[in-house]
Ligand binder design. Structure first.
Ligand code: ZN
Length: 112
């Protein structure tokens, strides 16, 4: 076949992101794949070093003591062309979620 369009990259190319602050996100990929995540799923799988360390020690990154009891996304910003950074209503904002990771999670890879 000549001129294969996209190929592997399309799987990890984000073409749309809907954020419902207290519910979750819907990510649309260039090859048509749609992935949805709840805010809880995203926060518990936060890829930042702090949250990774907590998980490695058998703790959960959320909820935090004295933090809000309802989780919500306060802000969402694209990070370069490859990821999205969420600021959470508990002030946590160091996690950058690569589109490739979101895609892999949606296809069943372990969330870590
Ligand atoms: Zn984190």
């Amino acid at each position: 076949m000549i001129g294969q369009a996209g190929g592997v990259e399309e799987r990890y190319e984000l073409v749309g992101l809907d954020v419902e602050r207290e519910i979750g996100i819907t990510a649309r990929f260039a090859d048509g794949h749609v992935a949805t995540f709840t805010v809880g799923e995203l926060r518990l799988a936060c890829p930042c070093a702090t949250c990774r360390d907590l998980r490695d020690r058998g703790k959960t990154p959320w909820p935090l003591p004295n933090g809000p009891t309802t989780l919500a996304i306060s802000d969402a910003r694209f990070h370069g062309a490859w990821g999205v950074n969420f600021t959470w209503n508990d002030g946590h904002s160091t996690g950058i979620y690569p589109f490739e990771t979101l895609r892999r999670w949606s296809e069943g890879d372990q969330r870590r």
